[in-house]
Design a protein around this ligand. Structure first.
Ligand code: UN1
Length: 512
């Protein structure tokens, strides 16, 4: 079967029907949805207007006012059911992710697993939204902090993790007592529709069990930039979690700051790995290959810069170039494929531009050429590129959302550490070494300046248990595990006087 006649639109409509999305929603609208697998049109969806968006957010606020009163462990029950529904839907939704985004099937399924994992995490969390009891200086007083629901949580997600990013935010926001309003990428609205339908199934079961939930607890907005702008500017939305490019963050961040709303920004990454003299090179090769070529270089955690010590450079880099030359590129639905397509032609052009700039800066390029265009003229498959660079200059300092790995030689550990940090972005990083001093230095205060710093694994593929996010132009937000939930709640400090006198703090006297 060639790429041209995969019959994806028929398959997608069957999947969506099984997941509970009405067929009527898939045609007649203005938003054309195409599969990057072969360029086939999958649907034409209706888009919401700015006025309707405003109304939907007002309704989400009403939902919040009720939902915040439901005890947190009961809210957790809804998320437990969501996790169950996602388990049932995993094969269908994972395949839909692959068709809509072009990531290989095991990664499509992995994305749904990530949704299930965060649901499990959030269920436990629903009984652990702990505050502190704090020693007070005043007799017969008690001081404590409590965590309360915050309000409507806006979620803006990118095409590359079209549903997992929603779940990291929504699972936490919902157990924290918030309602959610979701604006997915225009490139991936079908997986969003499917996810919303799965959520509604969980909600129906929750209500059938006797659970209380308001209407409009989870709202999906299919639309363009104007819709995102209404969400960002809306006074009823105290928190927006936005994932995308640094350019998007620069547009969104100041608008939120202007109205003192909170933001969780998850922006560009330009992630590096350092390969030290003692590194296990077989392990390194596998770690680098997955981190740099996986998801066709379209993760925000993708490995983009590799610093290799001069003593192992000639042992590692030729093997790496060979692996790049032989990796299977093609239909992401076939189990033998490791590298699927780029999301679209714009992405291909940006990749070629970066490669041309790298060449002009003295880079030696292997790969990077377009393949399979005879089978599918509207799909953009590329051979992943390794570029040996004389220095960290030009395009190396930018995030190009494509499979380009810039490789540089280093001789001194501190120099490699400096290079790791010497880019505007600060998401993820890693070191391959069996030297304890190098490993510990890398994760220390004078080591990597990124939100994620790994030893002997690549920078991508984080699990949900840790806080996910990065520093500098990556935006500073944290999502998913650890105590990231705190961003979705408001903290109140309460002092209670159970005595008969009124001692003032700091010994102040004020007797009237
Ligand atoms: C993203 O690329 O937008 O760590 C998120 C990872 C995944 C999430 C990536 N768990 O690569």
């Amino acid at each position: 079967m060639t790429l041209a006649n995969l019959g994806l639109s028929a398959e997608v409509s069957a999947i969506l029907t099984r997941l509970g999305v009405p067929q009527a929603k898939l045609s007649g609208g203005t938003l054309a949805v195409r599969s990057p697998v072969n360029g086939e049109q999958l649907a034409r969806l209706a888009e919401i207007s700015a006025i309707e968006t405003d109304k939907a957010i007002a309704a989400a606020h009403e939902a919040f006012l009720e939902w915040r009163l439901v005890p947190a462990p009961k809210r957790g029950e809804l998320i437990r059911l969501l996790g169950e529904e996602l388990r049932t839907a995993k094969a269908d939704l994972g395949r839909l992710v692959s068709i809509e985004v072009g990531k290989i099937l095991s990664e499509g399924l992995g994305e749904v697993q990530e949704m299930i994992d965060i649901c499990d995490f959030a269920v436990g969390l629903s009984r652990q939204l702990y505050g502190l009891t704090i020693a007070t200086e005043r007799a017969d007083h008690r001081m404590m902090e409590t965590w309360h629901p915050l309000g409507v949580t806006g979620i803006i997600s990118a095409f590359n993790f079209p549903v997992a990013v929603w779940s990291w935010n929504a699972a936490l926001a919902l157990v924290c007592g918030n309602s959610t309003v979701w604006k997915p990428s225009e490139k991936t609205p079908l997986t969003a529709l499917a996810t919303q339908a799965i959520f509604e199934k969980a909600l129906a079961r929750y209500v059938a069990e006797g659970g209380k939930a308001p209407a409009n607890l989870s709202t999906l907005l299919i639309g363009g930039r104007d819709v995102g702008e209404v969400l960002v500017d809306h006074p009823r939305v105290p928190l927006v979690s936005a994932t995308g490019s640094t350019a998007m963050g620069r547009a969104v961040g100041p608008r939120l700051a202007k109205r003192f709303a909170r933001s969780i920004l998850e922006l560009g990454g330009n992630n590096a790995a350092i390969v030290c003299p003692t590194a296990d090179l077989d392990l390194t090769l596998r770690g680098v290959a997955f981190a740099a070529m996986g998801t066709a270089g379209q993760r925000c955690t993708t490995l983009r810069r590799l610093f290799v010590h001069e003593s192992v450079y000639d042992k590692l880099v030729p093997r790496l170039i060979q692996a790049y030359g032989s990796v299977t590129i093609g239909n992401p639905l076939q189990s033998s494929t490791l590298v699927g397509p780029l999301i679209d032609g714009g992405s291909y052009e940006r990749m070629q531009k970066a490669l041309a700039e790298a060449k002009a800066a003295g880079g030696k390029v292997s790969g990077g050429d377009r393949v399979l265009q005879n089978e599918a003229a509207d799909a953009f498959y590329v051979r992943p590129a390794v570029v040996e660079m004389p220095a960290q200059t030009g395009p190396v300092k930018e995030e190009t959302f494509a499979p380009i790995l810039y490789v540089m030689k280093y001789s001194d550990f501190d120099e490699a550490l400096t290079l790791n940090n010497d880019v505007p972005q600060g998401l993820s990083s890693s070191i391959f070494t069996n030297n304890m001093q190098e490993a510990e230095t890398f994760v220390s205060a004078r080591g990597s300046d990124c939100g994620i710093a790994n030893v002997n694994i690549g920078p991508s593929g984080a699990e949900i248990g840790g806080a996910f996010g990065g520093e500098k132009e990556t935006g500073g937000g944290r999502e998913s595990g650890s105590d990231a939930w705190k961003a979705y709640m408001r903290r109140a400090t309460n002092t209670v006087n159970y005595g008969k006198t009124l001692p003032l703090a700091q010994g102040v006297k004020f007797d009237v």
